[in-house]
Design a protein. Structure first.
Length: 312
């Protein structure tokens, strides 16, 4: 190689390495009370932290493929985006590494492609949607919706209306209060919370939940077992299982009228009372109707190829 070619090539290599280096960022803007924040950080790790200021600060490192940080305030609306090319390969480095400080009360609409988010101590309309990444959230209040296609969701001390959804991942929730809707496909659900209303849709995964304060319960599970611990406050429930067992354990005797349909291949084990399931005249399926105490509440349970167990 000639000296001239060497001299020309080396600067180009240097430019290539420089262009891929991460850019440090530390920007802060004032915002109005209860701002509406739109956020798009496609890759990396993002931590959202509340503070007692009417301002938003973005601090950390941008994606190595970043085309620049968009950080704008227009009236009550705020845009935060680490802008990337329209198309790129997903295997480059680690993506953005950002800590974003936000007012505690806000409306947040955030999204990511291959990113993990951590949120804490926020209040308001909170929406986060990821394609591939984990979500960790603590002490959120208001109306919370957290969704990831391929990732785990870990939450604690949420209050208000709660919506959690993952297609390929687990949901773990502890010490939350309010009304919750949980949806999973190919994942495990573990919950120990004080929900008053709970709805669960689950395919191909097990459920382990202690929800002793729940009054309304709806569960549909396919190809998975469910172990639910309930209290005496339960008043209304619709429970369905296909190819899976469901065990209900009551910490105190409920005031419920039960209607249980064993369906094809189902079994019923009632240990709350002496009532036994009855075989249908023209069907191998068994059914059971009985009540505990005055039976003012109503619980309907249906199973196909599963076992229903009731104990105290």
């Amino acid at each position: 190689m000639s000296i001239l070619k060497y001299v020309l090539i080396v600067p180009l290599i240097g430019i290539s390495f420089i262009s891929m280096a991460k850019e440090a960022v530390d920007q802060q803007l004032s915002v109005s009370d209860n701002p509406s924040v739109s956020m798009k950080i496609q890759r990396g790790n993002v931590e959202l932290v509340s503070w007692d200021k009417n301002s938003i600060q973005v601090k950390g490192e941008l994606d190595e493929l970043s085309q620049g940080l968009t950080f704008e305030v227009k009236g009550n609306s705020v845009i935060v985006e680490d802008k990337l090319p329209r198309s790129y390969q997903g295997s480059n480095k680690q993506g953005s590494q950002l800590t974003i400080y936000l007012p505690k009360k806000l409306a947040l609409d955030a999204e990511g492609v291959s990113a993990s988010y951590q949120l804490s101590q926020l209040n308001g309309q909170i929406s986060l949607a990821l394609v591939s990444g984990n979500i960790n959230a603590q002490q959120l209040s208001g109306n919370t919706k957290l969704t990831t296609v391929s990732g785990n969701i870990n939450t604690s001390e949420l209050t208000g209306k709660i919506n959690l959804e993952t297609v390929s991942g687990d949901i773990t929730d502890n010490n939350s209060h309010g009304e919750a809707e949980l949806r999973l496909v190919s994942g495990e659900l573990k919950s120990q919370s004080a929900f008053t209303q709970l709805s669960v849709d689950q395919v191909s995964g097990d459920i382990t939940a202690t929800v002793s304060q729940v009054t309304e319960l709806n569960i549909v599970t396919i190809s998975g077992d469910a172990q639910i611990t309930l209290g005496a406050d339960l008043n209304k429930a619709q429970l369905e299982t296909i190819s899976g067992d469901m065990a209900l354990t009551f910490t105190a005797m409920p005031n419920i009228s039960f209607m249980i349909d064993g369906g094809p291949g189902g079994k019923i084990d009632n240990q709350l009372t002496d009532d036994k399931p009855l075989k249908q005249k023209y069907s191998p399926a068994k059914t059971l109707q009985f009540k505990t105490q005055a039976g003012t509440g109503q619980v309907n349970i249906n199973t196909i190829s599963g076992k229903i167990s009731l104990t105290q």
